[in-house]
Design a binder for this molecule. Structure first.
Ligand code: MCN
Ligand code: CUN
Length: 799
């Protein structure tokens, strides 16, 4: 491993920064050699294979299920239906949320791809063959895939399993101050309103979801290798919902090939693999294929937003309101750990200074797969950022004002922090204008506008789009968040071995974010032990302290704080031991990276490695100091952290074909101090690609009968290097005041912030055709339609 040149801290013998700085990822040694250990790599003696029979209909009554032919197929060990689950007391899904969902459908199927039966067989091929032999007597029912139509009086009632339910309405919820907002709108000089859709998209991680369950019939211990971002939360939820004894459940999430939120929820397949193992007494592996992943696991967004903004003629924003119709699919199975039904949507007021805001959200059931949140989302902040950044551009168009000027006029000022938003959130720190100026300088904003004007005169359509976003990450203070009553706090254990090498145990779980490297760097930064001497252990409930997992970019804000604090606790203990060894008072000692030394006599000191040996050795330890060099903490975050950034996108649009070329993308992020700038840049690169994908091509589309039109990567388009420019990244550093190392999360920033920049750029490019807004995805056909004055279509994926 070699360090990169600009490491700002002392380097270890291996060339790694002892602390924060660029360092190649420790985990890449195995990933680059193809030696990662994913769930599908788990092989156990006598293992059987499961496959799920899924509904071909979006809505149909089940009049009967005949499994006899499948059971008779040689090699089939069990065929499990909802009726079988009932006898085991495992019929209901732990949805991590407010709804009930059968693991396997019994009365009706309510979305295409819903789980109906589970086959366990000697091979995955036999299991798949057996699915075809299961005879389900379906009686197709009218389906509704459109959120607005789902509220019509004559719409088919999807959730007739809920007693007394006669419509598809789920909830109404509101936040902010309606009276003040209405008053601001009534008195405003300028009001702009736009219908803005954030369409249904999917996280589409590289590794699909799956699990290997082994319920040992002799010990009663369940080992579950599974694609989860939250191993401890899953374990407790299995215990709570299925009544399995928690001490007998071990959840292991080994290497995970990407999560992006897709691996927060519990899926029926996980439960089926457990049941398969209980029934057969053997380990059972279930891995979904790509089509199953795209059609039935947690999708994201599907928010229909009517957004209004009020301002003075000079462009001072006075109020914003958003009226949302939220399509939750057939079950309100949104795996989002906030206490609010619409998640953190009410952080929708963005980065601007205005007094009044109000949102109301109505959620509906449709005959579509459940989910709605996941995909680098911070639980609906994505939708909120998109809404506000789009409507600010619409206001700029109405005022005929430059969109950068309008933003600069309204950004929160540094002296306003900590800032309480009109909907009650406390932003921790920020210097927004500085970040925006850095981005504008990098972009050469004025030259770009001059180039655009010149090109327009020649009939060429270039667009410049800005997005200034504020994220809220680091779930979270208990007042805002829980999972089925579990509060948000992360444990962290640190052990320094006699030879001065260390192990740090985390409750969070990496799916590609590089935790094995960055958490070693945090401990290195606090203790001076080289990062290559620190092993990071995670993803195994038997070997790590309790905590609620990785999502909402919470690992750095919460577990990162825990890691820093546990290292400081070890450092404090080391001081007492060093004082004993040096025969002085602890107060006489001073710390420098990796060493306690005597004030005024720097030659006399003990390195952390020497202290580790003393702690385990024959040294007479001072009164009250136990042996060994280790510590534990549980970190209870006092607030979210609020990273932010300014993104500028430059596109060229061909008005004849509607083709969009993203020519440049400037991204300036402020996530406080960067533990590993290279990893942060990697996170931003990925998120920017996500943003281009969502803005220009990604869509889970349905026809009127609820048929999913995007079951493969031929129709669900993902961006590749071909669609991405060379990213131009910048940074500003504004520490979080309440975090021990000032760091804010960044894993979702670019996904949250970038779609608006791309869409704003495309709309800016085609604004001469009178276009003020067009919905994502801005495929060539949709851009062309917008130019022709026709609405975009979101009922077709590839178009
Ligand atoms: N980091 C840093 N300095 C900071 C902030 C973060 O060096 N100031 C580093 C962290 O130490 C960590 C990485 O950046 O190695 C991301 O940290 P953080 O922002 O805390 O996010 P999490 O580790 O909690 O990751 C979750 C976040 C989410 S919620 C989604 S969704 C997403 C994302 O991360 N999914 C990803 N990025 C992903 N990246 C990959 N490769 N795969 C996914 O599934
Ligand atoms: Cu919402 S996607 Mo990330 O929080 O796992």
């Amino acid at each position: 491993m070699t360090a990169l040149e600009d490491a700002p801290v002392p380097l270890s013998a291996a060339g790694n920064p002892i602390g924060f700085g660029r360092m190649h990822r420790k985990e890449d040694v195995r990933f680059l050699r193809g030696e990662g250990n994913y769930v599908d790599d788990v092989q156990l003696p006598g293992m059987l294979y499961g496959a799920i029979l899924r509904s071909p209909y979006a809505h149909a009554r089940i009049n009967g299920i005949d499994t006899s032919a499948a059971e008779a197929l040689p090699g089939v060990k069990a065929v499990i239906t909802g009726a079988v689950l009932e006898t085991l007391g495992l019929a209901w899904m732990p949805t991590l949320s407010y709804d009930t969902q059968a693991v396997l459908a019994t009365d009706k199927v309510r979305f295409q791809g819903q789980e109906v039966a589970f086959v366990v067989a000697e091979s995955k091929y036999i299991a798949r063959d057996a699915l075809e032999l299961i005879d389900v007597d379906y009686e197709p029912l009218p389906a509704v895939a459109d959120a607005k139509k789902a509220l019509d009086a004559d719409a088919p009632v999807i959730r007739d399993d809920k007693e007394g339910k006669t419509d598809n309405h789920i909830y109404d919820w509101e936040a902010g101050n309606k009276e003040e907002t209405d008053a601001a709108f009534a008195n405003a000089e300028v009001v702009v309103t736009e219908d803005i859709l954030y369409p249904r998209v999917h996280p589409a991680p590289m590794e699909t979801c799956g699990s290997v369950a082994h319920m040992d019939p002799t010990t009663g211990k369940l080992k579950l290798w599974t694609t989860t971002q939250a191993p401890h939360a899953h374990r407790t939820v299995y215990a709570l919902v299925a009544g399995l004894p928690e001490q007998n459940i071990q959840v292991i999430s080994p290497d995970i090939g990407g999560g992006f939120g897709n691996k927060v929820p519990i899926y029926p397949g996980y439960v089926c693999s457990i049941v398969g193992s209980i029934v057969t007494g053997k380990p059972v592996k279930w891995m979904e294929d790509r089509a199953e992943n795209l059609m039935s696991t947690g999708f994201a967004r599907d928010y229909h937003m009517k957004v209004s903004i009020a301002s003075t003629r000079e462009g001072k924003i006075q109020a914003v309101k958003v009226d949302v119709l939220a399509d939750h699919g057939a079950f309100n199975g949104v795996a989002q750990p906030t206490k609010y039904p619409a998640g953190f949507f009410h952080i929708f007021t963005g980065s601007y200074d205005y007094p009044a805001a109000y949102c109301n959200v109505t959620a509906v059931y449709t005959n579509k797969a459940p989910g709605g949140v996941a995909y680098a989302c911070s639980f609906r902040i994505t939708e909120a950022v998109y809404a506000i950044e789009r409507i600010v551009d619409c206001l700029a168009a109405e005022l005929k004002m430059d969109s950068a000027e309008l933003r600069l006029k309204n950004l929160l000022r540094p002296e306003q922090f900590p800032y309480t938003t009109p909907t009650g959130w406390e932003y921790d720190s920020g210097d927004y204008e500085k970040t925006m100026r850095v981005a504008m300088d990098m972009a050469g904003y004025d030259q770009l506008r001059a180039e655009q004007a010149e090109k327009r005169a020649r009939g060429e359509y270039m667009g410049i789009g800005i997005s200034f976003f504020t994220e809220g990450v680091g779930a979270g203070p208990r007042k805002h968040m829980d999972i089925l009553g579990l509060g948000m706090a992360d444990g962290c254990d640190l052990r320094v071995h006699p030879t001065g090498k260390a192990q740090v145990r985390l409750s969070v779980q990496s799916q590609g974010q590089g935790h094995e490297t960055t958490f070693a760097q945090i401990v290195a930064h606090e203790l001076g032990i080289p990062p290559e001497d620190i092993e990071v252990i995670h993803g195994d409930t038997d070997n790590t302290p309790f905590g609620l997992g990785t999502y909402g970019s919470r690992s750095t804000p919460v577990s990162g704080a825990a890691a820093a604090l546990v290292a400081r606790k070890v450092r404090d203990k080391a001081r007492l031991i060093a004082a004993a060894a040096l025969e002085c008072a602890p107060d006489d000692l001073e710390w420098e990276l990796g060493r306690w030394y005597v004030k005024g006599d720097p030659e006399r000191g003990r390195t952390i490695q020497e202290i580790a040996m003393d702690a385990h050795g024959a040294l007479e330890l001072p009164e009250g100091v136990e042996g060994h060099l280790d510590a534990q903490v549980v970190y209870n975050p006092p607030n979210l952290t609020y990273p932010y950034g300014c993104y500028i996108c430059v596109v060229d649009v061909d008005p004849g074909t509607g083709q969009v070329k993203v020519r440049r993308f400037i991204a300036v992020d402020d996530c406080g101090p960067r533990i590993n700038p290279m990893i942060v840049e990697g996170q931003v690169h990925g998120g920017l690609a996500d943003g281009i994908g969502m803005a220009l091509m990604e869509l889970i589309a349905f026809d009127d009968d609820g048929n999913n039109l995007g079951g493969s990567f031929m129709d669900y388009l993902l961006p590749t290097a071909m669609e991405c420019p060379d990213w131009e990244l910048g940074e500003t550093v504004t520490p979080s005041p309440h975090h021990p190392i000032g760091a804010k999360g960044v894993g979702e920033s670019a996904t949250v912030g970038s779609p608006a920049a791309v869409v704003n750029a495309v709309i800016d490019a085609i604004s001469p055709f009178g276009v003020r807004h067009a919905d994502m995805p801005l495929t060539p056909a949709n851009v062309w339609r917008a130019i022709q004055g026709s609405p975009v279509r979101t009922d077709m994926a590839v178009d």
